[in-house]
Design a binder for this molecule. Structure first.
Ligand code: KG4
Ligand code: ZN
Length: 333
């Protein structure tokens, strides 16, 4: 059972916080009812109710957490507060266990989404150590901003992913940011600026207008429709941009795997983990340890990952109180 509000935000070129909370409010009760009816479950069958307490947009977090608290209060079912990033990690742990190839620990976890680009070391027992994070934009944010800049709408990651194979990923050389201090930190704002410079020095006005017009008449264009309004040079730009992001992510994963002796697996999760260029690069480059991706449906935000992260807490009886707060900047480690 999935409620999507992407179409609500698409026309604004990004997530509008007020609209996000309103859509959550509109969807939360019907979605929970529908999911329970599809599963044939009533409240008496439920052992605990889990909700994301952070990080994320305050309004959206409040809707989910308040609803979960209300259920807990009314039914006596215990409440579990889950960290959103831990959810992305558990999407992978859950699916790997279901496949009969459980993730072995300690694991590296690369979480790449619209809000996060974080590298953690995860111990099996639920402990996390932050190894590196973005100092500016998240990887997904870079995809979204570049896509918006050149008229591909929002969210940009999936469109760039589909068009990148039609361009030459080596056509434009974007240089990776040199990190002072922690070399496992990321930075994508320089790349974003480099793309902006490239766009400014090429006359893309007509093609951008054509893409915006396409989006106006058809909010979800097919790859062929995009290709019809995207010249070769722009496909090269898109492919080169994606390659640079993928190379950065891969380089950090390889460096972390080298630096941390004893790390046994790599987990890649979050919306950008859907990216086929990233999946292909990770699978063809030897990182030296097994790599686990979530299935595409569990890569982007979903409730299964929150339930999966809640389960070990349930076993430890690590319940939250009814005055648990929504924490927009909640850290995992
Ligand atoms: O995890 P997620 O659903 O939400 C956040 O927690 O942010 O990630 C959404 C992000 C967006 O920035 C979107 O453009 C990006 O994931 N994304 C992709 C792909 N699919 C989604 N980025 C690159 N390639 C994709 N195939
Ligand atoms: Zn997410």
């Amino acid at each position: 059972m999935v409620a999507s509000q992407l179409s609500v935000h698409a026309k604004y070129g990004g997530v509008v916080p007020e609209l996000a909370s309103r859509e959550h409010l509109r969807a939360v009760v019907p979605v929970v009812r529908e999911a329970m009816s599809q599963a044939g479950l009533g409240w008496a069958d439920i052992d605990a109710v889990a909700a994301t307490s952070g990080p994320g947009l305050a309004g959206a977090l409040l809707v989910g957490l308040t609803y979960a608290k209300a259920i807990s209060f009314a039914t006596g079912i215990p409440l579990i507060a889950v960290n959103h990033i831990e959810g992305h990690i558990h999407a992978v742990i859950l699916e790997a266990a279901q496949r009969g190839t459980p993730v072995e620990f300690p694991a590296l976890a690369l979480i790449v989404s619209g809000g996060h680009t974080h590298l953690f070391e995860a111990s099996g027992a639920g402990g996390y150590r932050l190894l590196g994070r973005t100092r500016d934009d998240a990887a997904g944010e870079a995809f979204d901003k570049v896509a918006k800049l050149i008229g591909f709408g929002y969210p940009g990651g999936p469109v760039i992913d589909r068009l990148a194979p039609h361009g030459n990923p080596h056509a434009i050389r974007f240089t990776a940011a040199k990190m002072k201090g922690n070399t496992l930190d990321f930075s994508f704002s320089g790349l974003k600026t480099a793309v902006l410079r490239w766009v400014e020095s090429h006359d893309m006005t007509a093609e951008i207008a054509a893409r915006k017009e396409l989006l106006r008449v058809n909010p979800v264009p097919s790859t062929e429709e995009w290709l019809a309004v995207t010249p070769r040079a722009t496909l090269d730009l898109v492919a080169s941009f994606q390659r640079t992001v993928v190379d950065e992510l891969l380089r950090h994963a390889v460096n972390a795997a080298d630096q941390l002796e004893g790390v046994r697996t790599l987990i890649v999760s979050g919306g950008v983990a859907c990216n086929s260029g990233l999946r292909a690069a990770v699978n063809t480059n030897s990182i030296g340890i097994p790599v686990y991706f979530p299935s595409p449906g569990l890569s982007t935000d979903n409730a299964v990952m929150i339930a999966a992260a809640a389960f070990p807490k349930f076993r430890r009886q690590a319940f939250a109180s009814l005055d648990a707060a929504a924490e927009p900047n909640l850290a995992l480690a």
